[in-house]
Write a protein that binds this ligand. Structure first.
Ligand code: SF4
Ligand code: SF4
Length: 242
């Protein structure tokens, strides 16, 4: 028997499989196998001006308006629903809407939010509910601006602004703290902590029954600020924890 590994072996005893001849592709009628794509070859004049036609595109471009943005001198307006920096909103009297429930942190796919809730105590109320967000951080090195956190927020405390200038040359400033995220106080708002509007419950805040600070709330804040002014020189004085 012939050695099957011997390449010189041939004849009827050869055991190596024989290759089937490659099937010929049927000729297509639509001209796809034609390198010209079925198009007619340009004439001599067409071939002569083909490179010039390419330059024509470049030439026409020189007369178009240059779309250079003079950033940062001129900021480009964003779309109305652009996802920018987050904001922690307030109720009309100045109390915070965040109740420290951490749902935003759980919803975040990038693990960019850190929340620590705390109980509102008598004399130190920051939100109308039982609890408030004592610590609130968003890490903008991780955030992908997907908006899932604002969808998850049950109190509409968290929304997104159109602010997009979130760059820095160091990592630390890009972890935003609560005081950076809180909405600024409007002129008619008070600085928490202070009690809820008298006669109102937490649900009344969400029903829009509170439209601004009451006189009792204003008096409370004024008294607190006067007391803080007196206590500044007192070494035993402690700031209300936030
Ligand atoms: S926008 Fe998306 S990535 Fe950014 S904090 Fe919210 S959930 Fe996380
Ligand atoms: S921002 Fe909204 S979801 Fe996040 S902790 Fe505050 S209330 Fe909860």
């Amino acid at each position: 028997m012939a050695d099957p590994t011997d390449p010189t072996t041939s004849g009827p005893e050869e055991t190596s499989p024989t290759r089937r001849p490659r099937a010929q592709a049927p000729a297509r009628q639509d001209g796809a196998s034609d390198p010209t794509g079925g198009k007619e070859e340009p004439g001599l004049l067409g071939q002569l001006f083909a490179p010039v036609a390419g330059f024509g595109v470049t030439f026409a471009q020189q007369f178009r308006k240059v779309p250079t943005q003079e950033y940062p001198e001129e900021k480009r307006p964003t779309a109305k629903r652009f996802h920018g920096r987050h904001q922690l909103n307030r109720h009309p009297d100045g109390l915070e809407k965040c109740v420290g429930c951490e749902l935003c942190a759980w919803a975040c796919p990038a693990d960019a939010i850190y929340v620590e809730g705390a109980d509102n105590i008598e004399g130190a109320r920051f939100s109308p509910g039982e609890r408030y967000g004592r610590v609130y951080q968003i890490n903008y090195l991780r955030c992908i601006f997907c908006g899932l956190c604002i969808e998850a927020c049950p109190t509409r405390a968290l929304t997104m602004t159109n602010e997009y200038e979130l760059a820095d040359d160091s990592r630390r400033p890009l972890i935003y703290e609560k005081h950076q995220l809180l909405a600024p106080l409007r002129s008619d708002m008070l600085t928490p902590p202070f009690p809820m509007a008298e006669g109102m419950e937490e649900r009344d805040y969400y029903r829009g029954h509170v439209t601004g600070p009451t006189q009792a709330q204003k008096d409370h804040v004024a008294a607190r600020e006067a007391q803080a002014g007196h206590a500044q020189g007192d070494p035993n004085h402690e700031e209300v924890p936030r």
